[in-house]
Design a protein around this ligand. Structure first.
Ligand code: HEM
Length: 189
């Protein structure tokens, strides 16, 4: 796995991180989960297009192509495998999102919607034991994927700042450390 992906996933406690058991439960139920695909795509893009700030991300007529992007992601996820290239792809999404000005509030907000949608469906359509395993797997997937997308968004911003202004992440960290106490004091008051 590439360095940035490994470093980001290493930040998540191992009992919270997506596990072999989570992969098994998604893959053994994938036929049912794929039946929920149309609702997932429709609900996701209705939310995003019914809100001015998120709608502004898209160009005229782009919706069908972006719906297909989300379909491809969902199908690739459920078909597995959860290998290095899958996690590295999620890291790459952070970079694509910088280019398209899809910020982390948008991503974490919409992941909340995805997790609620899939968990509700699981609780409606599976016996409780299996439903709870699915809910756990969806939330562990959310932990990994959002971590990779949002953290690579941030880290790649630092890389761009370094390239453009010669201010590397360590130096930026030291500048932040000298400013943070004043910022906290201001925020408190
Ligand atoms: C919530 C979880 C999200 C996931 C899992 C996700 C996943 C992806 C993936 C897999 C790609 C394609 C990367 C590639 O080229 O291989 C992508 C691109 C993109 N996403 Fe997201 N995304 C999410 C949220 C959002 C949100 C909330 C928006 C907008 C409000 C958004 C807008 C876009 C746009 C505009 C692109 C660029 C497509 C292009 O220019 O090719 N995404 N995303």
């Amino acid at each position: 796995m590439n360095e940035i992906t490994t470093k980001i996933l290493d930040q998540i406690p191992s009992n919270v991180k997506f596990s072999e058991e989570d992969a098994d439960v998604l893959i053994r139920n994938k036929d049912k989960l794929l039946e929920w695909e149309d609702g997932l795509i429709q609900g996701f893009y209705d939310s995003v297009f019914n809100h001015d700030t998120t709608r502004a991300v898209f160009t005229e007529g782009e919706r069908p192509a972006r719906e297909q992007t989300l379909r491809d992601w969902y199908q690739r996820t459920l078909n597995g495998p959860f290998d290095d290239s899958y996690w590295e792809w999620q890291t790459y999404v952070g970079l694509v999102h910088i280019k398209r000005k899809v910020n982390n509030a948008m991503v974490t907000g919409m992941w909340g919607w995805i997790a609620t949608y899939l968990s509700s469906k699981a609780l409606e359509e599976f016996p409780q034991d299996e439903a709870l395993k699915l809910v756990k797997a969806v939330h562990a997937l959310q932990a990994n994927v959002t971590a990779l997308i949002v953290e690579s968004y941030l880290k790649n911003m630092f890389v761009a700042i370094d390239k453009a202004a010669g201010l590397n992440e360590a130096l930026l960290g030291r500048l932040v450390a000298t400013e943070i106490d004043d910022m906290l004091a201001n925020a408190k008051s």
